[in-house]
Unconditional design. Sequence first.
Length: 276
Amino acid sequence: MNNNEKNQNYVFRYSLITYLTFWVGILLVGVIYLLTNNELLMRILTIPLSWIPTIVLLVMFKKLLPNENKKDWVKKSFSSKINIGLVISVTFAFILSVGLTYLIMMFSDSGVEKFDLSSVSLSFIVTEIIFAIVTGATGEELGWRGFLQCHYEKENGGNVIKASVKVGLIWTFWHLLLWFTSTADQPIVFMINHIITFFVMTMSLAVIIAICYSRCRNIFIPMWIHFIANLSLALVNPYFTNNSALMGGKLWLSIFYVVVAGIFVLWHRKQKHSTD
């Protein structure tokens, strides 16, 4: 087995271990929730699970990146100057997507409550910000984008889009058990809507993150985009009070995500052609 085949084997093992560890953890958390019916405890227990892509990477580091020093590699991942214009642009795109989704649904579905700033709890906002920071945003991105995205870019001759599709598929199906555990008590139509829209949004998000990361090789960029995407959903979700509103909202948001991803792809190609 040559070095390239060994590397591919280790990357496959990385993905497999990341999947199995996460899925076993989700099942254990599910059992604990059934026994305690404590939602806050469940959310706290999911925090270390969201760090599994990074933990597995660090444990397998010498196999996956044999020519790198672990400490130096992590430092290097945060060392590039942050592109503030890029951060502002992508933040605006997500806020606009969620805002338009909310407005469309508010005027078309009685299950969407009117936004009232006086009714917003500061403790709710702070809690959601903390959970958005310590879970997916910081926990996953060194693994998915810091390692896996860069690996597949090298494998595909620097093609960011192709690499993002591969990472997106791995990232999307990593959540597979959550598709069913989070909709187990819902009608089948709600479950189907959730799976399809989750797939579309996560794949679109993978493309957006990869393009932005290719323009600014600081892992803060993927972390920030992941954080904004998760937080915006968490903050607007309570205003959707029934299944009809939730399904409609997810459908519209997935459409906006595809549009945003398409705009970023066009921008990426234009930038690439101008530098070739």
